[in-house]
Design a protein around this ligand. Structure first.
Ligand SMILES: C[S@@+](CC[C@H](N)C(=O)[O-])C[C@H]1O[C@@H](n2cnc3c(N)ncnc32)[C@H](O)[C@@H]1O
Length: 203
């Protein structure tokens, strides 16, 4: 229900990301090599991150899954409009993916996990681990704590208006420990506007 309404104006969030240098969606496209790779995007939404990847990396073959038919409808419209032939979407629950073990080279997820309480997020991370090949990589794009008091203030107001209250816990997670618990090793973390990309490998 929430995303039925949000799907109409969700893409306004892109206002934050007008500079390609600090836009995590551009960052993700730069991090993923343009090779024949099977990529799964979890919590695809309207596809803002992964469509950037698909546009820049024509050799990548991308599958996007999301629970909301309304968000996927907006995404599918954009896929058709942009003439992208390397993206397919499915309505699917990330907690119980109808996907074989070890079938994807790369998994991505952007701005979805901060909405979930810890046990749900942990189960999704474990599902992602399951569907990745042995040497598979995972890129998590999501919010990070802001570094100055003024930025923190405005970010808190923004989160209060847009996110569930447990987002404040998400901002304090020890990502090394969380990723290890879910079968990943962090390779590096890159900072972006209001967000970061955690680049991890399957252990
Ligand atoms: C804030 S949106 C993020 C959309 C997009 N990835 C982005 O970067 O803008 C979160 C998305 O997660 C999806 N979602 C939430 N729980 C899910 C679940 N259990 N399985 C699949 N998708 C889920 C919602 O439907 C929504 O489209």
């Amino acid at each position: 229900m929430k995303y039925k309404i949000l799907s109409f104006f969700y893409d306004l969030v892109e206002f934050f990301f007008s500079n390609p240098e600090t836009n995590p969606r551009h960052g993700l496209a730069r991090l993923i090599p343009d090779e024949d790779l099977q990529i799964l995007d979890v919590c695809f939404g309207t596809g803002n991150s992964t469509l950037m990847v698909a546009k820049n990396n024509s050799k990548n073959r991308i599958t996007g899954i999301d629970l909301s038919a309304d968000m996927l409808q907006v995404a599918n419209r954009k896929i058709r409009k942009q003439g992208l032939t390397n993206v397919t979407t499915f309505r699917m629950d990330a907690l119980n993916m109808d996907i074989e073990d070890e079938s994807f080279d790369i998994a991505t997820s952007s701005f979805g996990l901060h909405e979930m309480e810890y046990p749900v997020m942990e189960n999704i991370l474990k599902e992602i681990n399951r569907i990745l090949k042995k040497d598979g990589r995972f890129y998590l794009v999501d919010y990070q704590l802001q570094d100055t008091a003024i930025k923190r203030f405005f970010f808190r107001v923004y989160l209060l208006l847009t996110s569930p209250s447990h987002v404040k816990d998400f901002l304090k997670y020890d990502w090394e420990a969380v990723m290890k618990e879910c079968g990943f090793r962090i390779d590096k973390i890159e900072p972006y506007r209001i967000s970061q990309i955690i680049c991890a490998s399957r252990l």
